[in-house]
Design a protein around this ligand. Structure first.
Ligand SMILES: [Zn+2]
Length: 254
């Protein structure tokens, strides 16, 4: 090995030579994008989810990522936009009847075959192999080829009938430009959700604080009647005429 017993390493032992500039094989990249989890790099297995930028993940990898924030350092770039499991959508994918599976193929060579895809477009039958553009609907998770979505021109999902808007359509593994657009849309969507949440949250709180004490009072009153606190309770009861009907409703509940 050298360096360990006073031996002088030869040059070729230290310098590994010009890095093999591996030609970025586009096909290989496509295979990776469409068959492997963006986070764990493991082969995609149901339940498969997609993020708002159109990348594919194994759901368990996303859950693990969210639970273990230390993983964020290494993988942060790929998934820093996923803050909650609600940020991903579970996909409803249509199996390709022509897919032979990866049984007996331990090397995984078959995934390099772009002609065979595990999933297809349920409408026009295109294979989801990276050669055709595919989208999913955020509202329901159903996956279609872009061609099908354009041809149908419907406002409800062809598979499950869920209503969707243009904003719900997310291109899977889109181009750089696609991802830029999706990112902007994601940011706008999140801002909107934040703004919409505020007033709603206040309302809910107010409603809750009104409802809860009322419920507790109603429940406790009959239970307290035989107890020592009958006096004050009875006094409040007599002042409000609505006590009797309330009690009648509550007795069968208890
Ligand atoms: Zn659907």
């Amino acid at each position: 090995m050298g360096c360990d017993g006073g031996t002088i390493p030869k040059r070729h032992e230290l310098v590994k030579g010009p890095k093999k500039v591996e030609k970025v094989d586009k096909d290989a990249e496509l295979v990776a994008q469409w068959n492997y989890c963006t986070l764990s790099q493991e082969i995609l297995r149901r339940p498969i989810v997609a993020c708002e930028l159109g990348r594919l993940y194994n759901k368990d990898a996303v859950i693990e990522f969210l639970l273990d924030k230390s993983a964020e350092k290494a993988l942060g770039k790929a998934a820093s936009h996923i803050k909650s499991i609600k940020n991903v959508t579970e996909l409803r994918l249509s199996d390709n009847p022509a897919w032979e599976g990866d049984k007996g193929n331990t090397k995984g060579d078959k995934h390099d075959d772009l002609q065979r895809a595990r999933f297809i477009c349920p409408v026009v039958g295109l294979e989801m192999n990276g050669r055709h553009r595919f989208c999913f609907l955020r509202c329901c998770g159903c996956v279609f080829s872009e061609r099908a979505l354009k041809e149908i021109k419907a406002e409800v999902c062809h598979t499950c009938g869920a209503a969707f808007q243009e904003d719900d359509v997310i291109v899977l593994n889109g181009t750089k430009e696609d991802v830029e657009v999706l990112k902007t849309r994601m940011e706008e969507r999140r801002l909107r959700a934040k703004l919409e949440k505020k007033p709603q949250g206040h309302q809910k709180l107010r409603q809750g604080s009104l409802k809860k004490p009322a419920l507790i009072l109603e429940r406790k009153k009959p239970a307290l009647l035989p107890g020592a606190q009958v006096g004050p309770t009875a006094a409040t009861v007599s002042s409000s005429g609505s006590w009797k009907p309330r009690a009648r409703v509550l007795v069968p509940l208890q």
